[in-house]
Design a protein around this ligand. Structure first.
Ligand SMILES: Nc1nc2c(ncn2[C@@H]2O[C@H](COP(=O)(O)OP(=O)(O)OP(=O)(O)O)[C@@H](O)[C@H]2O)c(=O)[nH]1
Ligand SMILES: [Mg+2]
Ligand SMILES: [Zn+2]
Length: 344
């Protein structure tokens, strides 16, 4: 059984005396040892760390992280030890190298990001889908597209799935009663994988979360309406153990600017794998795939060689959005981009 400590920290205005003694009394095997775990939640400078055997501790980062300006992130693999400070049960001594990190949601080491868009109410924002695909591509995270609310418009759901699938994306549609395909894709043993949701508010991220977790953990839209809080029901990022890995719901958002994230112009094409794989054939390796002579990407789009014949308009529109994002980022001074990247 999982043992948990209810650690009430000073930031919440609650006393936490004796927490260290409690840890020592309950888990003598941790005294004088280093132990590793994963950060599942962070509030007010305190981090919940889950050890591989399921025990949970609250830890505070060593001063050095404050000096280096590095803030531990949910999803970070850390090494901790117990302290002699009565206020702090454990200290984070080391943070392992991240395989990737997202800014929104703030999350490290994501394996799959489920991009959740409803087929209707709200209608899918195709530009936002492309932005999220770029963010995944640049971070090296596998995107899984999910079109929810299939029960409201099955035809639109099938069309959306079809359009992205023929380009090679992993994409599913779900409804209240049917998320079998997505479930089967995710499998039963996640082997410590972190699976997160991203997408606009009200698209059903929390609903899907609960469906996959098999129990109601996250508050969904309807409940929050009763509380009068309206949309943006989900507020913080927390890893919840699920199928041998972790699932995390994330707050929805309506806008997202690639330029604010300090993204490099060359990273835009990572969201367009159907273009990326052709870019090796461009005449110049500095090709921006816009108007350059001998551009294999532009030629393939113009000749209708990408994707199947029914989706040529879709490919053309994807290419137009690619150009839009690429030109937008090319306009920003490289120095400003660097600053934005460092301050994000
Ligand atoms: N018809 C239909 N409605 C759905 C489906 N999934 C979710 N909803 C409804 O959509 C609304 C929003 O669902 P949530 O799961 O709270 O959405 P969310 O993406 O978590 O929203 P935020 O937390 O604000 O980002 C709720 O009223 C859900 O009941 C679905 O498959 N079909
Ligand atoms: Mg939610
Ligand atoms: Zn090119």
């Amino acid at each position: 059984m999982t043992q948990e400590i209810n650690y009430l920290n000073r930031a919440n205005g609650q006393p936490n005396d004796g927490i260290n003694e409690m840890v020592r009394a309950n888990w003598p095997d941790l005294v004088g040892q280093s132990f590793s775990g994963i950060i599942t939640r962070g509030v007010g400078g305190n981090y919940n760390v889950r050890l591989s055997d399921g025990r949970q501790l609250v830890a505070v980062p060593r001063g050095i992280f404050r000096k280096t300006g590095y803030t531990p992130t949910v999803g970070d693999h850390v090494v901790c030890s117990l302290t002699n400070d009565p206020d702090v049960p454990a200290r984070i001594d080391d943070i392992k190298k991240q395989k990737n990190v997202l800014v929104r949601p703030p999350l490290a080491n994501t394996d799959y990001l489920i991009l959740t868009f409803s087929v209707t109410s709200p209608a899918p924002d195709i530009t936002l889908i492309d932005k999220l695909l770029i963010i995944c591509g640049a971070a090296g995270i596998k995107p899984v597209l999910c079109f929810t609310k299939r029960d409201l418009d099955a035809k639109a759901a099938d069309q959306a799935v079809d359009a992205f699938r023929q380009l090679g994306f992993t994409v599913f549609s779900t409804s209240f009663t049917d998320h079998r395909e997505l479930d089967a894709f995710l499998g039963d043993d996640w082997n410590d994988k972190i699976i997160a949701f991203a997408g606009p508010s009200g698209t059903g991220k929390s609903t899907l979360f609960n469906a996959i977790a098999g129990k109601v953990i996250m508050e969904t839209g309807e409940i929050s309406d009763k509380l009068g809080r309206g949309r943006h029901t989900t507020r913080h990022v927390e890893l919840i153990p699920c199928r041998g890995g972790f699932l995390t719901d994330t707050p929805g958002f309506t806008s997202l600017e690639l330029s604010d994230l300090g993204m490099e112009p060359e990273e835009v094409i990572t969201g367009y794998p159907e273009f990326l794989k052709l870019s090796d054939y461009c005449r110049f390796n500095t090709c921006r795939h816009i108007k350059e002579p001998g551009c294999a990407v532009r030629e393939a789009v113009e000749d209708g060689l990408i994707g199947d014949f029914r989706h040529q308009d879709f490919v053309q529109e994807r290419y137009e959005r690619y150009i839009y994002f690429r030109e937008q980022l090319d306009e920003i001074d490289p120095y400003i981009r660097k600053q934005r990247r460092e301050s994000r």
